[in-house]
Design a protein around this ligand. Structure first.
Ligand code: IFM
Length: 450
């Protein structure tokens, strides 16, 4: 295979796969798990495609051994998963032993297979008992999150050495409280900005607790970063691109890595909320506590132009041509991954990077020969790995790559209609089948220098 020759990462580079609790576990009512706001949201008519919910998902709660066997077959050296908060903290200060036991079993199995766990503390399944108190809009949630993280550090800290406080705060704040597409489904920019701040604050609080507890491992945060390109060179389009970049990227990067919110965005949000209503002394110092790494989730870029009277940003967005788009309608544009990594390397204080998610949805089906020939996904992955490799070869500090996702799973508002897995899941039988991309990934990993 020709392409394998060109994919050549430094020894010790992590090749992993990623998932998250609500998207795969199922067993939503098992062993004392309490509802999360995603259970509430997905059970509300009209919120997800086809009314799909995570009640059963991939039934990973019962099939985790089989799934870890599959990871071992593929040869990954690490598995990124998330802890379900409502499985572990069933009310304030109440820890569920059964919830902890499930993750101990998962860790036992991973370590037996020599797969290093990489844990995300929060991948969006906020307990409903916290949502009922205002969720991330309520500053008290910061402390509850810290308590939850501390339980995880105490229980699993000797076996997990890579911790991600939050996955994609943009989604858990702006997409959830502002654009209404994710739980809790609100349309309120004041709430969205305040929620984002509290999420970032809870990240800082958790880093502090990790350091204070003397944990031996690395801790960081994962951001979904979407490079923004102006459609034309006209000044108004360039300004629109700067605004969109502030909204999608700088609002999160700047406070975490530089200890300040960007002024242009504070200005943009001012009609909805004033800074002194939600930022207190010391908050930005807390949010910018030194990290061990930054996680980058990259899928696509966006191409924008000015369009008056269109929402918060006055922006129109170019649709990519069909042949360049994934099933999500996202443009396949690997060059932007390379430029994004370069930008992080040059514009922000140097920090080791991980690509914590990258992958693509395509309408996969099982062919008459019993295989899933997902050649488009292989093309996508190969091009993005090449972009990552280029960055690393030029001296960029890139430590690993986690492919999203191991399994076809519950794709939030899209339900089960979008397949991101390199393992096909038949949701009526729960049968797993390695797609051609999984075999390809196995070969890529096996061909790397040891
Ligand atoms: O499925 C999601 C994941 O939960 C977060 N990042 C993007 C993925 C694909 O949309």
């Amino acid at each position: 295979m020709d392409h394998l020759k060109t994919l050549n990462f430094p020894p010790g580079f992590t090749f992993g796969v990623a998932t998250s609790s609500y998207q795969i576990e199922g067993a939503a009512f098992k062993d004392g798990r309490v509802p999360s706001h995603w259970d509430t949201f997905s059970h509300t008519p009209g919120k997800t495609h086809n009314g799909d919910t995570g009640d059963v998902a991939c039934d990973h709660y019962h099939r985790y051994r089989e799934d870890i066997e599959l990871m071992a077959q593929i040869g990954v050296s690490s598995y990124r998963f998330s802890f379900a908060w409502p499985r572990i903290m069933t009310e304030a200060n109440k820890v569920s032993q059964k919830g902890l036991d499930f993750y101990q079993r998962v860790l036992d199995s991973l370590l037996e297979h020599n797969i290093a766990p990489a844990a995300t503390i929060y991948h969006w399944d906020l307990p409903q008992w916290l949502a009922d108190r205002g969720g991330w809009v309520n500053r008290d949630t910061v402390g509850y999150f810290g308590d939850f993280a501390e339980v995880l550090f105490k229980t699993f800290g000797d076996r997990i050495h890579l911790w991600i406080t939050h996955n994609e705060p943009w989604c858990s704040s702006f997409l959830s409280y502002g654009l209404g597409e994710h739980a809790p489904g609100h349309h309120d920019w004041r709430e969205a900005v305040v929620a984002a701040h509290h999420i970032l604050l809870s990240h800082g609080e958790t880093v502090l607790r990790y350091r204070d507890m003397g944990m031996k491992g690395d801790i960081g945060i994962t951001l979904n970063l979407t490079p923004v390109y102006a459609k034309t060179d006209r000044e108004e389009d360039r300004e629109t691109a700067t605004r969109a970049d502030g909204f999608s990227n700088r609002w999160f990067l700047d406070p975490i890595l530089q200890g300040a919110y960007p002024d242009d965005m504070l200005e943009l949000f001012r009609p909805y909320v004033k800074t002194d209503e939600f930022i207190r002394d010391g908050d930005l110092a807390a949010i910018s506590r030194p990290l061990d790494f930054l996680g980058v989730n990259y899928y696509t870029r966006s191409v924008v132009f000015q369009q008056a009277h269109t929402g918060l940003l006055n922006l129109g967005q170019d649709e990519p041509p069909m042949h360049k788009a994934t099933a999500m309608g996202w443009e396949v544009y690997p060059d932007a991954l390379y430029s994004l990594l370069r930008r992080l390397h040059t514009q922000y204080p140097p920090l080791p990077l991980y690509i914590t998610e990258n992958g693509a949805a395509y309408p996969d089906a099982i062919a008459p020969d019993g295989m899933v020939h997902d050649t488009q996904r292989i093309g996508y992955l190969e091009q993005h790995l090449l972009a990552a490799q280029r960055f690393a070869a030029e001296g960029g500090l890139l430590k690993g790559y986690y492919l999203w996702s191991l399994l076809d799973n519950f794709e939030w508002g899209y339900g089960y209609s979008k397949r991101f897995g390199i393992v096909h899941v038949d949701f009526s039988t729960q049968k797993r089948l390695l797609k051609e991309s999984a075999h390809w990934y196995r070969n890529v990993i096996a061909s790397q220098p040891k």
